[in-house]
Write a protein that binds this ligand. Structure first.
Ligand code: CDP
Length: 226
């Protein structure tokens, strides 16, 4: 058994709608760990900027907004300034705005320590784009979760419809490819597999099969699920 002097982290990075959030929650649940949905922090910043009228090009204003967000994650719900915004942050328009402002270095810096503060015992599963490369470079296990674009668009379409939002598969596929491109091409913390990450393609895997791949990789490191 490997010894771990600091709280262990498993990172799950990957493109939009690759299933990172679902897999991260299930892995965290199995291990009894905390989960960090880092995308939610960018989405919350985007939502707050709309509510407070901060322009998407105002780097300083957005960074100070990100630093001061009054947020709470509890029992699967997300709160902003005391209001339940769990559904509101999942709108495609907010996701697209989040992707735009996530390219701004001052915003990323403002959120860096907030993300690291989620690292609490007994462990953390962190999902996002730069968890393994920038936020938790010392993570014990790094997963880069991919799936082909069509499979991801279909998943996102179903997810939105299940939540009662309108969804059009063709438009979603276009949006998703544009967001992938923006996340990959940006200078600051681009979407990139860490050199020491394991790439997992979930195009033809069920959720449970994907979770098992991650947990098996974790066990192979000499750690055990609870
Ligand atoms: O659900 P989806 O994968 O589309 O997005 P998300 O994980 O909720 O993140 C929303 C946006 O925030 C993404 O499109 C990224 O541009 C950005 N993001 C980021 O830059 N870095 C992260 N660690 C997480 C999200």
């Amino acid at each position: 058994m490997q010894s771990q002097s600091i709280t262990p982290v498993i990172t799950i990075d990957g493109p939009t709608a690759s299933g990172k959030g679902t897999i991260a929650h299930k892995v965290a649940e199995t291990l009894g760990w905390t989960v960090l949905d880092s995308g939610a922090l960018y989405r919350l910043t985007a939502l707050a900027s709309c509510q407070q009228g901060v322009d998407a090009a105002d780097e300083t204003g957005l960074a100070s907004l990100a630093a001061q967000l009054d947020i709470r994650f509890h029992a699967g719900l997300v709160w902003l300034d005391g209001q339940d915004v769990t559904e509101a942050i999942r709108q495609e328009a907010i996701g697209n705005l989040a992707s735009q402002i996530a390219a701004l270095l001052p915003v990323r810096q403002a959120l860096l320590e907030r993300q690291r503060a989620f690292r609490t015992a007994p462990g953390l599963v962190a999902d996002g784009r730069d968890m393994g490369t920038v936020v938790f470079p010392d993570a014990c296990l790094k997963i880069f979760l991919v799936a082909d674009a069509q499979a991801r668009a279909e998943r996102r379409c179903k997810q939105l419809k299940d939540k009662g939002f309108p969804a059009n598969l063709t438009l979603l596929l276009e949006d998703l490819l544009a967001r992938d491109e923006r996340d990959r091409q940006r200078t600051n913390a681009p979407l990139l597999a860490a050199t020491d990450s394991h790439t997992v393609d979930s195009s033809n895997l069920t959720i449970d099969e994907t979770v098992k791949v991650v947990l098996d990789l974790w066990s192979n490191l000499g750690f055990r699920a609870r």
